[in-house]
Ligand binder design. Structure first.
Ligand code: HEC
Ligand code: HEC
Length: 209
């Protein structure tokens, strides 16, 4: 077969592969802007500090979390009108398996809004923990995995600009073991060595990244 024919055949294959993908993307956008938007915002920047911002967070990480809620590996309980209720698991269970990847990709492609530092002194204390950890208690530097700027990598999620309340809540959940879907117990071990004050400080610093 001449090279041009092969090239044309390949281009045809690519088109076939791309067609359903754009349909998936449209469906993901539709879900995100209807089902999820009330809590996570119309563009993944949540309006309330107890709902995590998802905009710009790594696709691989978001897909893992959705999957973990789906199979029950990540659970959380929030107080809703004085009663404990799960929020994400029931929502995720209404999704089709093949909607998870495109939803994660849609959020990853949204522009994250900056967070707000409310206590500059506390953030300064958090900066030390974020960049150097706490050698005395064996807390590793957050920057080592999540990046100095908090932008993250596919395995280590973006933290930059996240709401303080959400970060604190997750650190507390890792520390108590209520959240246990971190492979290799990395976050549970780390959080278990941190004090309330250190967690508050590092969350304050992260909000300003
Ligand atoms: C009623 C409010 C609500 C709705 C609607 C909602 N979420 Fe959530 N979502 C939450 C809360 C609260 C959390 C944090 C839960 C926890 O601590 O595990 C969360 C967490 C997540 C996380 C994990 C984020 C992280 O940084 O680890 C993902 C991903 C997510 N939601 C995606 C979605 C998607 C996609 C939809 C729509 C299909 C959706 N959510 C709809 C409230 C909601
Ligand atoms: C050795 C690597 C490593 C280090 C060091 C580390 N993390 Fe993590 N972190 C991870 C991994 C991996 C995950 C994702 C866990 C999962 O899959 O649920 C994570 C998840 C998180 C989450 C949850 C994010 C979300 O959106 O729900 C927070 C918050 C967090 N880390 C904060 C920190 C802080 C604060 C420090 C420093 C005190 C730190 N991490 C240090 C590897 C690390």
């Amino acid at each position: 077969m001449p090279a041009t024919t092969i090239a044309r055949a390949m281009a045809g294959l690519l088109l076939v592969a791309a067609a359903p993908a754009s349909g998936d993307a449209d469906r993901a956008k539709e879900l995100a802007t209807t089902v999820c938007a009330g809590c996570h915002g119309p563009d993944g920047n949540s309006p309330a500090p107890t709902f995590p911002k998802l905009a710009g967070v790594q696709r691989e990480y978001l897909a893992k979390q959705l999957n973990d809620y789906f199979v029950g590996a990540r659970k959380h309980y929030t107080m809703v009108r004085k009663r404990e209720a799960e929020m994400m698991a029931p929502i995720v269970s209404t999704l089709q398996r093949d909607e998870v990847g495109p939803l994660a990709a849609w959020y990853a492609s949204q522009k994250p809004s900056p967070g707000t530092v409310e206590d500059a002194k506390l953030a300064e204390a958090g900066r030390k923990i974020y960049l150097d950890g706490n050698p005395d208690s064996g807390v590793a530097a957050c920057a080592g995995c999540h990046g100095e700027d908090g932008a993250g990598h596919p395995r280590y999620p973006r933290l930059a600009g996240q709401y303080q309340a959400y970060t604190i809540e997750q650190m507390n959940q890792f520390r108590s073991g209520a959240r246990s879907n971190d492979r290799g117990r990395v976050m549970r071990l780390l959080a278990g060595r941190m004090t309330d004050e250190e967690i508050k400080a590092v969350a304050e610093y992260i909000a300003g990244l």
